[in-house]
Design a protein around this ligand. Structure first.
Ligand code: ADP
Length: 500
């Protein structure tokens, strides 16, 4: 038997233990999907992946049956700080929770104080490395994510400088899910934990002591959640001031899409739907459409195209383009249901649209997972006019339910949607320009195809047959892990080379 590839996977959140946003979905599903991969031949290495997250108060309240597996200290300017690791197995995947005074039980996951969060996550990052040492478990890969755990990547590079027996063979991978969050305000925290500025580095001056830039500098490889976003971050528009630096690291940046949990998102079994269905027969969707039209007091007619938006109300999502875009096409026959919460200005803008077009538009300003499912199960078109979209789950979930996306051609949207006019295998309608008229033009194109029922049904069926399962993308991660470990081993003359 070949030795397994050891992967230490760090994140600030992981579903189902704690989830605030998309990072929670990612860290809750990718490690499990990797853990579930069975090597296809005797020659292939298996994977021993272990997830590490902070032991927040919100997790403590859930009273999981945890085992205390390690206790250690991390150095700090004010004196060493004690920490503990607790553990459980989730479907066979080892999950570790780090507890210590810097992770207060009464604070939320993300506070409004960047210095406090900086201390919490730097402490956590260093503890995760210490945990591997305590367990005498040398990682082949340390996979950190976003600014919160980027300090682990930077610390690893400093440790390796001193030839460390546990970490010397470890390659560092940094997952980049939200580049604009650089970890500003954590500079002092890094200093307190003995992580100095990267003075003689290619980073711009302002970034030399910020967690994410330091992680981007020190990582052996950087992975973005879509191939297109991996390119876009090299441009001034998307690079958050780091595009020139990132261009120098171009060879070490790749993009792998996120998957969705195809069991949780399945129109054949979704209990929130009045009528379940599969791509083989879409007729039961009419029942769901009727129910949604009744629920929102819209005219009940299965032939009226139903447009939906399910989104954070955020500038990133291009929601400000929607009111004008829909007003442009108010003369046509369609209905729209908009679900979302966030920026009060955007909430007011879509409410204003509802007032202007009372026969066509309904707005629900809240987070409502059950309603989102009823909408996916009923609608014809989903609008996703994002300014930037590292990956995007909305379009994948929509497609899985037979809702055709009308989306801006950016990031993961561009990688997961084939435009109707450009591809025989089309799965939606893309537009380039960040403008209300470009959005309304794309909706018009969709409405025109909707008139041809056979063509529309085929389009929906193609959408539903796309493979967005984690299994597919987890295999791409495994291939990346293997190549990083191989490259690292090759760079270690005299070290016992792990075969991968
Ligand atoms: P992001 O993570 O940037 O918000 P994604 O498209 O990757 O965008 O994921 C958004 C997820 O959140 C989707 O699953 C979407 O259905 C869900 N969602 C967004 N807003 C709401 C809401 N108001 N109610 C229910 N679900 C929502």
């Amino acid at each position: 038997m070949k030795p397994k590839l050891n992967v230490l996977f760090l994140a600030a959140e992981a579903d189902p233990f704690i989830k605030i946003g998309g990072l929670g979905d990612y860290a809750g599903s990718l490690p499990l999907a990797l853990h579930d991969i069975v090597p296809t031949s005797e020659d292939e290495t298996g994977i021993d992946i272990r997830l590490v997250i902070p032991f927040y108060g919100a997790i403590q309240q859930k009273q999981y049956p945890l085992k205390r597996v390690a206790a250690f200290e991390v150095p700090h300017a004010g004196g060493s700080l004690p920490a503990e690791a607790l553990m459980l197995e989730m479907r066979g995947l080892p999950v570790y929770f780090i507890s210590g005074s810097m992770i207060p039980a009464d604070a939320p996951v993300y506070t409004s104080d960047p210095a406090e969060d900086g201390r919490k996550f730097t402490f956590f990052s260093l503890c995760a490395l210490e945990l591997a040492r305590s367990l005498e478990w040398p990682p082949d890969i340390v996979h950190a994510n976003d600014w919160h755990t980027a300090p682990a990547v930077y610390a690893l590079s400093l440790i390796q400088r001193d030839s460390d027996p546990v970490f010397n063979n470890a390659a560092a991978l940094l997952g980049l899910h939200n580049l604009p969050y650089l970890g500003a305000g954590a500079e002092q925290a890094l200093d307190e934990f003995g992580l100095p500025p990267a003075e003689n580095s290619a980073l711009p001056g302002w970034a030399k002591q910020m967690p994410l830039p330091l992680g981007l500098l020190a990582a052996d490889h950087i992975v973005a959640p879509s191939p297109t976003y991996a390119q876009e971050i090299l441009t001034p528009e998307f690079g958050s001031g780091l595009h020139s630096f990132l261009r120098q690291r171009k060879q070490d940046i790749s993009g792998i899409l996120n998957g969705i949990d195809v069991n949780r998102w399945d129109p054949r079994t979704d209990e929130q739907l009045k009528a379940n269905y599969s791509h083989e027969d879409l007729t039961p969707r009419k029942v769901n459409k009727t129910a949604l039209q009744q629920e929102f007091n819209l005219e009940v007619d299965a032939d009226i195209p139903l447009i939906i938006i399910i989104s954070r109300m955020d500038n990133q999502k291009g929601i400000d383009l929607v009111p004008d875009a829909l007003r442009h096409i108010a003369g046509q026959r369609w209905q729209a249901v908009i679900l979302g919460t966030g920026d009060p200005v955007l909430e007011a803008a879509v409410r204003g649209l509802e007032n202007n077009l009372p026969d066509q538009v309904r707005v629900a300003v809240r987070f409502d997972a059950a309603l989102s499912r009823r909408m996916y199960g009923a609608a014809d078109i989903i609008l996703i006019p994002s300014r930037y979209e590292p990956c995007g789950l909305n379009q994948m979930i929509g497609m899985r339910y037979g809702v055709v996306p009308v989306a801006r051609a950016t990031g993961g949207l561009k990688d997961t949607i084939q435009d109707y006019d450009l591809s025989e295998e089309s799965t939606g309608f893309l537009f380039d320009k960040e403008s209300a008229s470009a959005l309304s033009e794309a909706i018009r194109r969709a409405l025109a195809v909707y008139e041809n029922r056979d063509a529309w049904t085929q389009l929906q069926q193609r959408c539903m047959q796309q493979d967005f399962s984690w299994d597919r993308f987890a295999r791409q991660y495994l291939t990346l892990y293997r190549s990083l470990a191989r490259a690292k081993a090759a760079r270690q003359p005299g070290s016992s080379q792990t075969e991968v």
